[in-house]
Design a protein. Structure first.
Length: 579
């Protein structure tokens, strides 16, 4: 047997005895699918970055997820504080021995506003608490209650600086109904040099009658005054010298002179702005007999040239206009501008502005009323303009009273109007002064006219002749003042030269007044009405300024103050029957 044969035989015997088994299994390549985030990190996430891991100490149950201790600092506070020191404590927790006080952050403007508003409330409450003590001036006023009123009180004009001064004008704010202006003329003799040859305007809150809120002074005799139409913080006055003055009641009292009378320190506020510093070409050269606010914003007058004023960027609030009219029939319109910045050193361009003042007047337009309102036959009589009123529903329209019984009708923008004149029922032109005009305050374009011959006329804006005219209600005595009741559409009040007060109620009697009250002992020089038409309590007061300088406020009886059912509809029927 050969060797090859033996080898094959051996292989055949061993092959059944040999068996292979799996010992280790592994993958040579493991490549799972890549999502979008991993692809972004692989391509872009490793540029200029490195990956790190932090321990959040989740097993520490004494803290939520905070790994470091919180740094704390103890402070103290005390209210009310001792001076400026209201809080303090250590600067750092390691310096517990240091007791450095922190400077408190105080918003002075916010504090001043709070003190101003809170002070008014506290002052009124103190006035009410003093009623039980019954001051002498208040006791006297209670004894002078008239038959037309339920009660009365008196403003305390018994101030040293108001002695020997006659009241020439009263004005009630149309926004803040409790705000009242009283103009006190030049004194016969003045012991104080500061007040010698100066007129005084007192700003009153009628619910705080013990003293005026503000005292304003000027170097000339004041003939007329008014509040601003949208806020009772500005006062305007016209003088016998032709100057138009402005007082900003928000000014710091420290920039005005002070004087002490008795134990009271008084601030006498000088005008914030005077048109004496304006060019004479646009200023008045004769006495200003009427000053009226015009509640029209600047944006509504852009097409009439006001938008081109260079002062427009300086205004911090919506402006309004003031109309001033002198006895020669010159009507000036002024835009009231409030500056954003105050210059304590004074202005080099606004010569009429005091240092620290921020309210000024910018002349807008001038109108010669005699030539623009009256026809040629009337101009031959050289009418003198006495009073002016703007229609509240459309301040573009105004009416002007004259010394010949006629009332002119015009517009601020020289538009054509009808009728041009409002005449009395009698034909012809007579020497009758139109002493008082008052628009109907309840929406209709009606107005009352009181004349020097004692006649009263009720006009509407669309008719030349009056709807009603009463010639003998005052027995020929000149009418000094008249005004619609602010709470009743059918009631108005009249004051004549003999200090008689007449109450008209057209629902009760449209031919004669329903009440007449003679003021005893003293002459009444002027009258104004207080009221709150927004409320239904029927509060209506008549403010009477007497020749002695005393100011009484009579609270009118409810039957003339409380609105009647369907009063406006009944008044409309009466007016329709008068056509």
């Amino acid at each position: 047997m050969s060797c090859g044969t033996l080898y094959l035989k051996r292989i055949a015997e061993l092959l059944p005895l040999i068996d292979l088994d799996f010992s280790v299994t592994f993958s040579l390549l493991d490549l799972p699918p890549v999502n979008e985030y991993d692809m972004y990190i692989r391509n872009y996430g490793k540029m200029n970055t490195k990956q790190a891991y932090v321990q959040c100490n989740e097993d520490n149950l004494e803290r939520d997820v905070q790994t470091e201790e919180v740094e704390t600092l103890e402070k103290w506070t005390q209210h009310p504080g001792e001076g400026a020191l209201v809080s303090g404590g250590p600067i750092k927790s390691q310096e517990m021995s240091a007791n450095a006080a922190l400077t408190p952050k105080i918003d002075s403007q916010r504090l001043a506003n709070f003190l101003r508003s809170a002070g008014q409330v506290i002052a009124v409450l103190l006035e009410e608490d003093q009623v039980a003590t019954q001051p002498r001036w208040k006791l006297r006023s209670r004894q002078t209650s008239l038959s037309i009123s339920d009660s009365c009180f008196q403003l305390n004009t018994n101030q040293p600086f108001l002695h020997d001064r006659k009241i020439s004008c009263l004005y009630v704010s149309q926004v803040q109904r409790q705000a009242l202006l009283s103009v006190h003329g030049l004194p016969e003799k003045a012991d104080v040099a500061l007040l010698k040859k100066k007129s005084i305007i007192c700003v009153w809150n009628v619910w705080q009658p013990s003293s005026p809120q503000k005292v304003l002074i000027c170097d000339s005799e004041v003939l007329c005054c008014c509040f601003s139409p949208s806020r009772a913080t500005l006062v305007f006055a016209g003088t016998i010298d032709g100057s138009l003055l402005v007082w900003d009641l928000r000014e710091d009292s420290r920039i005005h002179p002070h004087m002490t009378f008795g134990e009271t320190d008084w601030t006498f506020r000088v005008p914030t702005f005077s048109t004496d510093g304006v060019l004479n070409s646009v200023n008045h050269t004769s006495p200003i007999v009427a000053v009226e606010p015009v509640s029209t914003s600047l944006c509504t007058d852009q097409k009439y040239g006001l938008s081109s004023l260079s002062y427009q960027e300086e205004m911090s609030g919506p402006p309004f206009q003031i109309a001033s009219m002198d006895e020669n029939g010159i009507l000036n319109m002024w835009v009231v501008v409030e500056l954003k910045k105050v210059d304590l050193s004074g202005s080099q361009t606004d010569l009429g502005l005091i240092p620290g003042g921020k309210v000024k007047l910018v002349h807008s337009s001038t109108m010669e009323l005699n030539s623009s309102l009256f026809p040629k036959d009337v101009r031959l009589r050289t009418p003198q303009t006495l009073t002016i009123k703007f229609l509240s529903s459309d301040p573009n329209h105004f009416i002007v009273g004259t010394n010949i019984g006629l009332i002119g009708h015009g517009t601020r923008h020289d538009l054509k109007v009808l009728p041009k004149l409002f005449r009395p029922q009698e034909s012809g032109i007579r020497s009758i002064r139109v002493n008082a005009i008052d628009f109907f305050p309840f929406g209709k374009s009606l107005f009352l006219v009181g004349c020097s011959d004692g006649s009263i006329r009720l006009h509407q804006m669309t008719s030349e002749y009056p709807l009603m005219q009463w010639n003998d209600s005052t027995n020929g005595q000149p009418i000094i003042a008249l005004q619609w009741a602010l709470t009743r559409p059918a009631v108005f009040f009249v004051l004549d030269a003999l200090s008689n007060i007449y109450i008209w109620d057209l629902l009760e009697n449209d031919l004669l007044p329903v009440a007449k009250q003679t003021i005893p002992s003293e002459k009444v020089v002027t009258m104004a009405l207080l009221g709150e038409p927004e409320k239904t309590n029927g509060l209506l007061g008549v403010v009477l300024a007497k020749d002695s300088g005393q100011i009484d406020i009579q609270c009118v009886k409810k039957k003339w103050a409380l609105p009647q059912p369907e009063e406006s509809e009944k008044l409309n029927l009466i007016l329709l029957q008068s056509f």
